[in-house]
Design a protein around this ligand. Structure first.
Ligand SMILES: Nc1ncnc2c1ncn2[C@@H]1O[C@H](COP(=O)(O)OP(=O)(O)OP(=O)(O)O)[C@@H](O)[C@H]1O
Ligand SMILES: [Mg+2]
Length: 336
């Protein structure tokens, strides 16, 4: 973004660029992305100004006093309604403790911990995504912008890491409720990363029309954060996602709570076909770029596969140095 916008005397002091902005500086794919008919320039940051200044109310980065985590040594999923009087509709509200020690050990945001470089980075990124999802500052909300796919070209580039951190960061805001969906059906990892035992999820709901997907949503002891597991593995995941029931089930998730931001942890675009089908169902896609590792050609191929989504942004991950001179390695546990 730097240097692309004309400054005038009303332009606020520019804050350091976010990971999204730095990614678009590093990878200039505007032209490639605009190849699709009627496609806007997705790499261009949708926020007219750096989001940290665009948003007047900063997020309370320390999560608002969630349940004491130390008291929950082993993660568990319980059924809150089990002890309730017999209910006519057996709607089970499931609940899990999220293992903070696991988060810390994996260098992720600790919702009970202090503000860190990492939490600041995700705070800036989330502002941009929320602005696009909700509108504001003269921008209309984008269609289905509350559904955000976190993807990348290859495995191991940090999709799950970024999806979880983004979900934690967004959930720390009072006005947001966040549903983190494990959409890596062949290799689900969200539950394990959070210390939650495996349980049925989205794919089970897609495969069985008599199931209410909401029954598989797990509330957590992090206020405003719930999880939808990937569900049973099948070799027909792409077909299920492409079927009309998938659109209906995803609409159901939004209809159940219109204030919900839904973050999908995707499989890699170049290794699995569900990613491109998921891209058709979301309003925003963040493509995680492993700094200095993801090649231009892999990224171009991934972007082309994900072009069903009109709003794609790149996010640099595992950066050691920023082009602006800021150093991020230590924030991410990569170097000092
Ligand atoms: N910025 C980071 N700082 C520290 N560790 C990171 C960072 N990004 C990713 N990792 C670690 O790198 C490993 C791979 O990340 P992750 O599992 O998120 O990748 P992925 O793209 O989801 O991979 P896959 O496609 O196999 O699901 C994990 O151990 C994760 O904790
Ligand atoms: Mg992953």
């Amino acid at each position: 973004m730097t240097g692309k916008k004309k400054m005038n005397k009303h332009t606020p002091i520019k804050l350091p660029a976010s990971l999204l902005e730095r990614a678009s500086e590093k990878y200039d794919f505007g032209a490639a992305l605009r190849v699709g008919a009627g496609m806007p320039a997705p790499v261009a940051d949708p926020a007219p100004t750096p989001p940290a200044v665009a948003q007047p109310a900063p997020a309370p980065l320390a999560a608002p006093a969630p349940a004491p985590v130390a008291a929950a040594p082993a993660a568990s999923v319980s059924f809150r309604t089990a002890a309730a009087p017999p209910a006519p509709a057996p709607q089970s509200e499931r609940f899990a403790h999220i293992d903070r020690q696991r988060l810390t050990a994996a260098n992720m945001i600790d919702p009970d911990g202090p503000v860190t470089g990492l939490s600041e980075e995700f705070r800036i990124v989330k502002r941009q995504l929320l602005l696009a999802a909700r509108g504001g500052k003269g921008l209309d909300p984008i269609d289905r912008g509350e559904r955000i796919l976190i993807c990348s070209a290859h495995p191991n580039e940090g999709k799950t890491f970024c999806a979880i951190n983004l979900a934690l960061s967004m959930a720390s805001e009072k006005d947001n409720r966040v549903l983190l969906v494990d959409a890596d059906f062949a290799k689900p990892s969200v539950l394990a990363r959070l210390g939650i035992p495996s349980s049925p999820g989205l794919m089970d709901a897609l495969a069985n029309p008599s199931v209410d997907v909401e029954d598989y949503v797990i509330a957590t002891d992090i206020p405003n954060l719930s999880i939808l597991p990937a569900g049973a593995q099948t070799n027909q995941d792409t077909e299920y996602l492409a079927a009309s029931r998938a659109a209906a089930v995803l609409d159901q998730l939004t209809a159940h709570d219109p204030a919900r931001i839904i973050i999908f942890d995707s499989p890699p675009a170049l290794a699995a076909s569900p990613a491109s089908v998921l891209a058709l169902q979301v309003g925003q896609t963040v493509v995680v770029v492993h700094a200095d590792v993801t090649t231009d050609s892999a990224l171009r191929d991934a972007l082309s596969l994900l072009s069903g989504c009109e709003h794609i942004q790149l996010m640099l991950n595992k950066t050691k140095f920023s082009p602006t001179g800021r150093k991020f390695g230590s924030y991410y546990g990569y170097g000092a």
